[in-house]
Design a protein around this ligand. Structure first.
Ligand SMILES: [Zn+2]
Length: 417
């Protein structure tokens, strides 16, 4: 990066990534205008000119192979027209969560612009990571699509083709020699591809906050709090699954204070990567939650206290254009070190949210030889989470009355036994 002016925050964006369409030009939420809306908002608010714009580039075969199988990498490196034909011909006719080997889920579409966008998204994020790890910028934000965190080693899924953030984490380890990379995934959907990529790897700690109901995409039990990693990676996979929609800034910030940040400080990452979906945001058509731009800004600022401030956010989901633009503006303002927005959003957690956070804590605390001493009480004299949680009063911002009523009824029946 010789000759490049050093700035605090770097960004990457490339119009090429708007050429990928999920199926027809209309109807799918994962649309090109997500990128242009964010970019134009950052331009109009004067944030772009405060950032270092990083050159975009394609990911190489070797870089895709950090995460993806030889067969799938070969598919992603076909010419665009051949790629489109192959993807469409290998698709399952019926919806399957895990396709047969070599097949592709039915909710994936490819057009002529898809293959170039895949390579450009993954490679451009690597340029942001390199810019930060080379100390040319302190932190960065990659405005990229298609998103990545559902992409599995052998197949695309859930609008995702190459697992951009997982590739970036492996790149940081392989090319920069990092020993500890933290991924925080606040997209409302569990990053199943990312979880799988690092499930037995203690070098990459993966923390995901997501909707945890069985039927919520991606279906299955792997998104439960009990999925805590395996082998050497035991404890390094942390799921915080919400059991309902409606989660607020207060729920997310409480999860950060109680679980994400204590673990993150102990882990002491050398780089923080954020799978930055904005589909937990208020009004998102898929997420059903209520996080505001203020909440995203606060979470970003908390993560900036880690890794000497080396934080890189990569866009994942988020489908309400006006909201994702505002949220992107808020996280870029945070990265630039601007003062936080002031408003009166309630920051108290809901009772249901607290119970979900407690479940995640309990899952981690039950791991034999858990790496996280901060989550354990020692000698009975430290924090007693059970007592702390049971004394929290129900605040006014409950996600929905029915789910809380049934939770309270469950608790009542348990205590009556
Ligand atoms: Zn999502």
């Amino acid at each position: 990066m010789a000759g490049v002016t050093r700035k605090r925050t770097c960004l990457v964006y490339d119009d090429l990534m708007t050429r990928h369409l999920q199926g027809s030009t209309s109807g799918c939420e994962e649309a090109p205008k997500r990128l242009t809306a964010i970019y134009h908002h950052l331009e109009e608010t004067g944030l772009i000119e405060q950032c270092l714009l990083v050159t975009s580039r394609d990911a190489s075969r070797e870089e895709l192979a950090y995460v993806h199988s030889e067969r799938y990498v070969a598919l992603m490196h076909l010419e665009p027209a051949a790629f489109e034909t192959e993807v469409e011909s290998r698709k399952h006719r019926t919806r399957k969560v895990h396709p047969a080997p070599g097949r592709i889920p039915s909710d994936i579409w490819a057009t002529l612009g898809t293959q170039p966008s895949i390579l450009r998204a993954a490679g451009s994020l690597l340029n942001v990571v390199d810019t930060v790890l080379d100390d040319t910028a302190l932190n960065g934000f990659a405005i990229i699509r298609p998103p990545g965190h559902h992409a599995h080693p052998d197949y695309p899924a859930g609008f995702c083709f190459a697992n951009n953030v997982a590739i970036a984490a492996k790149h940081a380890v392989a090319q920069h020699g990092l020993k500890r990379v933290l991924i925080v995934d606040w997209d409302i959907h569990r990053g199943d591809g990312s979880q799988d990529a690092f499930y037995e790897d203690p070098r990459v700690c993966y923390i995901s906050l997501h909707r945890g109901e069985f039927k919520f995409y991606p279906e299955g039990t792997e998104k439960f709090a009990s999925s805590t990693g395996a082998g050497a990676g035991s404890g390094y996979n942390i799921n915080i699954p919400w059991q309902q929609g409606g989660m607020t800034d207060g729920d997310y910030i409480t999860a950060f204070l109680r679980l994400v940040m204590p673990v993150a400080y102990e882990f002491a990452p050398e780089l923080v990567l954020v799978s930055c979906g904005f589909d937990a945001a208020l009004g998102d058509p898929l997420g059903g939650c209520c996080v505001t731009e203020v909440g995203y800004g606060i979470m970003t600022r908390m993560l900036m206290t880690l890794a000497g401030g080396k934080v890189v956010l990569a866009l994942e989901g988020g489908y309400k254009l006006e909201m994702i633009s505002k949220c992107a503006g808020s996280v870029v303002r945070a990265l630039l070190g601007h003062e936080p927005e002031i408003n009166l959003v309630p920051l108290a957690p809901s009772l249901a949210g607290l119970m979900d956070i407690k479940s995640a804590l309990d899952a981690q605390r039950s791991i034999p030889n858990s790496p996280w001493k901060s989550l354990k009480s020692y000698d009975g004299n430290s924090v007693d989470y059970d007592a702390t949680f049971s004394t929290v009063q129900t605040p006014g911002n409950l996600p929905n009355k029915e789910s809380v009523d049934s939770l309270v009824a469950d608790l009542d029946s348990l205590s009556a036994k």
